[in-house]
Structures are given as C-alpha cells and as structure tokens.
Ligand binder design. Structure first.
Ligand code: SAM
Length: 247
C-alpha cells in the first residue's frame, strides 16, 4: 500500500465525521447507529441525505455548505477517496456532514425505515458487462434495499454520463410505475442545470473534458417497495450476443 494511502487511512481514524463499521458490525446485523444517526451522531432531528458511491464527497460537502438545515452522509467503500471530503468537512468545522465507509450492499444494516430523506447517486459505474447488470446501483435489488429506509415520498437523484445507465434506470422507473419528477439527457447543453445540479464531482469533470453530456433523473418509489426487472433492449442485446455497449 502506498504511503499516501496509509497516511489517509490513519487520518480518517482521527476524523469524527468518518464512521467505519467493521464487517462483523454490518453483515446480517444492525449497525449501532441504525435508527440513531440524528440522536447519537448529529445531535439534531434534521433530514438526512445520502450520497452513494460518493468518491471524494463533492456533493456531500457542497450540499452540506448550501443546506445547513440538513444532514449529509457520503457513502463509499474507498477510504482514501472519501478522506478528501472528510478532511474538508473537518477543516471547515462542518457539523452536518459525515462519511460512512462501507459497501453499499450493507447499507440497510445502517439505516432504519424512514430514516433517510433523499438519496444522490453520483456517477456510479454503469456496469456494462453482461454479468454485472445486477450490480448497478439502480438495479431492482438495490432499489428494494433503498426503499427499506427512504422515507415515504423521498426522492432518488441519479447523475451520470452513461446514457446506457440513464436509459436503463428511466426504463425501470417507468416499467415499475415510479413517479419521475425530473429527467434530462444533457443538463448543461439544455440549461437544465441549476446551482445544485451544477456541483461537479471528480468523475464528472473528467467526463465533461471528454465532451460527454451529463444526464439527470429524479424519481421516487410511490407506494412500491419491491421492483420488477423490466426488459431493456440494449441489455437484451448485451446478454444474447455479449456485444460491447456504449457508456
Ligand atoms: C465512478 S466512482 C464516482 C465517484 C464520485 N461519485 C464522483 O462522481 O467522482 C464510483 C464510486 O463508487 C464507489 N463504489 C462502487 N461500488 C460500491 C459499493 N458497492 N459500495 C460502496 N462504494 C462503492 C467506488 O469506490 C467509487 O468511489
């Protein structure tokens, strides 16, 4: 392991805003903070917003600055990445920002029903390999997990450069009858991006330099808690022929 990584891991352990449950604390088990984030961590009763796959935590920190009346938790398995956001939040004395280092697969061990107000998913891996479709962070199994802790009427925001993932998620939302509050296939080209949508993550900056349009989808669950797989032609092609697809 590189020296820089070791230094970041060591520093993470000193940051109050970094929460790092061990595998045995979340695997088939409720984590100690489940249902208690506001009482035991933030010390208030403000709405909690998650950023899943937060990387360096640009959305978590920037939203935390803009909305002091809300609490933000960036979730990522990579400690050396979320260190960046945690360092900024610590240096700026931000009391409404936390980082949870865990696999998203364990996230419903960490949050209780209704505990989360809103979710952001920022530039996740589109998982274009035919064996990885179920690993997409908007696949039915993941949505069912989020539905276990997202409050009634809560919204999911998906920002991605991947047209494939954007269309896949849109198709899944429509096929399951989920309420879609906003949908745009080029937020900067159409002038759709407002102040919040214009926050740029590390990956987003890279994709913008490549000239890729950035898409956005905002949807809720209505009264659905289980989600069906909906046929999606580009994935069918991927599955049957194993052809490569575009992002
Ligand atoms: C493509 S990067 C995007 C990072 C950041 N959102 C951005 O836009 O710069 C995807 C991030 O998701 C994290 N990630 C992917 N799958 C994950 C999982 N199952 N559990 C936790 N983190 C995950 C990776 O560690 C990585 O930091």
């Amino acid at each position: 392991m590189g020296k820089d990584k070791i230094r970041r891991f060591a520093e993470n352990a000193t940051f109050r805003c970094v929460v790092q449950p061990g595998f045995e604390e979340v695997f088939r088990k409720d984590y100690a903070l489940k249902g208690k984030w506001n009482r035991d961590f933030f010390g208030n009763d403000r709405p909690i917003v998650l950023e899943l796959g937060c990387g360096r935590g640009e959305y978590t920190v920037a939203l935390g600055e803009r909305f002091p009346e809300r609490n933000f938790i960036g979730v990522d398995v990579k400690g050396a990445r979320l260190w960046r956001g945690a360092k900024t939040a610590t240096e700026n004395g931000m009391k409404n920002v936390a980082f949870l280092r865990t696999r998203i697969e364990f996230i419903d061990s960490c949050f209780a029903p209704g505990e989360v107000d809103e979710i952001w998913i920022t530039f996740p891996d589109p998982q274009l390999n035919k064996n990885r479709i179920k690993k997409r962070l908007t696949a039915p199994q993941f949505l069912a997990m989020y539905a276990r802790f997202l409050r009634e009427g809560g919204m999911i925001n998906l920002k991605t450069d991947s047209v494939h993932l954007h269309e896949y998620t849109k198709n899944l939302a429509r096929g399951n009858g989920l309420p879609v509050a906003a949908c745009c296939d080029d937020i900067y080209g159409t002038g759709f991006a407002d102040e919040v949508l214009s926050i740029k993550t590390t990956y987003e900056q890279r994709f913008l330099q490549e000239g890729l349009p950035i898409t956005y989808l905002r949807f809720g669950f209505g009264d659905r808690r289980e989600f069906e797989t909906i046929p999606f032609a580009p994935d069918e092609a991927l599955l049957s022929a194993g052809v490569a697809v575009q992002r």
